[in-house]
Design a protein around this ligand. Structure first.
Ligand code: GLY
Ligand code: MN
Ligand code: MN
Length: 441
């Protein structure tokens, strides 16, 4: 028997918390579908964060139904034990193992879902479910609603109202409990060390994919489960593509390398970007762009404390980066007009931050009652200003063309300020120049 990899009390406590938030409801969370990669091979499976968050359950073809206050309260539909399939793909718990090892009140075979779900809906007043992730499953939820309605007989009652489960759970996930902050901090520390390992190893002539390999080797050695998202390794002008995907070019001395990569540890992920010269020495134009972005990045981190509206971080970033754009002669004219027209987006087209946690772009509302949400202790997010000057931008001074810089750290808000969880990844020019390409310490 394969033992669960995680302490089940964590999931039980989260379910108890959810029961307080959603009385009278049924929360329906299907597993993500498996995704074919090629003939006979699927993409490596990564369970849905919300389903895992409440159960610790990692198998596909499963559905979790949670009905606060009802009996049974926690219900898991799972694949059957299957000796032949397990010979090929590995251990499955089956309904019995799922019940005992994952502390579920009741388990069923996944094939029983369509018959049992309408029964489970009978005592509840509303459903939480996220549509449009898996349209095939959407139809099953709608069919269960119909069966439920018909089963009531001639009452005139309609369907149960359906609310968004991701919004409900996003609010729970947004503020990290001390245990969660500890795991996230560990993911950030692993990520930071891997960035240092990459910095030490980078040399002109390497391919971007070799750099990715060094990052992966380091995070796996440190106990990470996987990348938190697709690693971006972009040499030279590739860095001006925000989510560069190719990772297949040779790295040229004289160019910058932008690496945006995070380790996932126990389902929480780090998200760090560092940008530095492949040959270990910034050119003057690279230095001007880099130092300007770094100054803005440090100013934004310095603003973070409880009570500050989240949107203020982006406003301050835009203000700081537009000053830089004017100073570097990327743009000309009036600062206010550039901000109001959105012209700055030519060189800074993204947000400075996103929530961080189990998903790299983590769940949780950014705007509450029409207002930007004030930052609170326990929230975690990135700070990642960048400046991207396309290689073919003939309106930019020639010396800056093809330079892309992003600097990204992961921040945990504390009672009176914040903690930079990724401070161990150097970002000062002198610190980085001292270790780039110098090999393992
Ligand atoms: N790695 C994606 C991001 O920084 O948002
Ligand atoms: Mn990010
Ligand atoms: Mn990133």
């Amino acid at each position: 028997m394969r033992r669960p990899q995680f302490d089940m009390t964590v999931f039980k406590e989260r379910r108890a918390q959810l029961a307080q938030c959603a009385p009278g409801s049924a929360v329906i969370l299907p597993s993500h579908p498996e995704m074919m990669r090629q003939y006979d091979v699927d993409h490596r499976y990564r369970p849905d964060s919300n389903l895992f968050y409440l159960t610790g359950w990692e198998e596909p073809e499963s559905v979790f139904v949670f009905r606060p206050g009802q009996t049974p309260e926690s219900v898991l539909f799972v694949r059957k034990k299957d000796v032949l399939r397990e010979t090929w793909d590995g251990f499955r718990y089956g309904p019995e193992g799922a019940g005992s090892e994952f502390h579920m009140d009741k388990t069923y075979l996944i094939e029983e879902l369509d018959a049992v779900l309408p029964e489970l809906l009978k005592p509840v007043e509303r459903i939480y479910y996220r549509f449009n992730v898996d349209s095939a499953f959407d139809h099953r939820v709608l069919a269960a609603q119909e069966k439920f309605r018909v089963s009531l007989g001639r009452t005139g009652r309609g369907y149960l109202p359906i609310y968004d489960s991701w919004e409900l759970l996003g609010e729970m996930r947004l503020k990290k409990a001390p245990y969660e902050a500890g795991v996230l901090r560990k993911a950030c520390e692993i990520t930071a060390k891997a960035h240092v390992d990459v910095m030490k190893a980078v040399k002109p002539g390497m391919n971007e994919r070799q750099v990715q390999g060094i990052f992966l080797g380091s995070i796996f050695e440190q106990g990470a489960a996987r990348e938190g998202y697709n690693t971006i390794v972009a040499g030279g002008a590739g860095a001006t593509t925000l989510h560069y995907v190719f990772n297949d070019q040779p790295l040229n001395g004289g160019d910058l390398l932008l690496i945006d990569a995070g380790a996932e540890y126990e389902y929480f992920t780090g998200d760090i970007t560092r940008t530095y010269p492949i040959n270990g020495k910034f050119t003057e134009p690279q230095k001007r762009v880099y130092e300007a972005v770094l100054k803005v990045q440090k100013e934004i981190v310095g603003m973070i404390k409880p009570g500050v509206p989240f949107a203020k971080l982006q406003d301050a970033t835009i203000s700081g980066l537009v000053d830089v754009m004017l100073d570097l002669r990327l743009l000309k004219g009036d600062k206010k007009a550039i901000i109001e027209s959105g012209e700055f987006r030519r060189y800074y087209p993204h947000g400075v931050s996103h929530w961080l946690g189990m998903d790299v772009h983590d769940a949780g509302l950014y705007v509450v009652k029409g207002e930007s949400r004030p930052i609170e202790a326990g929230m975690a997010f990135t700070v990642e200003p960048g400046l991207y000057i396309p290689a073919n931008d003939t309106s930019a001074p020639a010396e800056f063309r093809g330079i892309g810089v992003r600097i990204e750290d992961d921040i945990l808000v504390t009672g009176d300020g914040c903690e930079n969880m990724t401070a161990a990844a150097p970002k000062e020019i002198a610190e980085m120049e001292a270790i780039i390409g110098q090999g393992k310490a």
